[in-house]
Design a protein around this ligand. Structure first.
Ligand code: HEC
Length: 159
């Protein structure tokens, strides 16, 4: 009896796994560089920009590069969830639209999160090995964010 139940559960789980393959999360795939991209708003040296694109843009921009395995559910759904959440917090493709106060705050957050190795998310770098920041890249990103943070002057009335 017990065995039959296990078999039924197994079949049901397999059926669910097959069925969810038909779910196709919407893709975050704008190829064009946004006119509101961070590199058009503040100074982003090319080495820093390279790091942002490799290690952050998948979740924090309007363009995600999807590896083949994100076609498999629930991996794709999980990825989509991170992209939605990441973009909501910080979208480098929309950075230019942020008010100075928000830009400054986000730069502060970047320096903090990267300095504490909170970003890029470890669940992501587990698979995306190329997104792992080397100690040099980590330092470059943090000092860039701090430098740009200092440069942004918030207009008095917005303080
Ligand atoms: C796998 C997706 C993913 C990648 C890659 C990623 N992030 Fe995030 N990031 C998130 C998510 C999800 C959140 C919001 C939830 C949280 O804080 O964990 C977030 C939050 C943040 C925040 C906090 C924003 C705020 O105002 O509180 C900053 C700053 C940040 N990320 C910077 C970065 C930087 C810089 C990189 C690259 C070095 C990066 N992230 C890479 C998914 C990602």
């Amino acid at each position: 009896m017990k065995n039959i139940n296990m078999k039924k559960i197994g079949i049901a789980l397999f059926a669910i796994l097959v069925l969810i393959q038909f779910i196709r999360p919407e893709r975050n795939g704008s190829w064009e560089k946004s006119e509101n991209d961070i590199s058009l708003a503040i100074n982003v040296p090319s080495d820093v920009y390279q790091i942002l694109q490799t290690s952050c843009y998948d979740c924090h921009s309007n363009h995600t590069t999807y590896p083949w395995y994100t076609n498999i559910q629930p991996i794709g759904l999980w990825m989509q969830h991170h992209v939605d959440e990441g973009k909501e917090e910080l979208n480098f493709s929309e950075f230019k639209t942020y008010k100075p106060k928000r830009q400054k705050h986000k730069l502060e957050e970047i320096a903090e999160q990267v300095n504490e190795y909170e970003m890029p998310l470890s669940s992501y770098t587990l698979i995306h090995k190329n997104a792992v920041l080397t100690p040099e890249q980590n330092v470059a990103l943090v000092s860039w964010a701090k430098q740009e943070f200092d440069k942004i002057v918030i207009p008095v009335e917005a303080k």
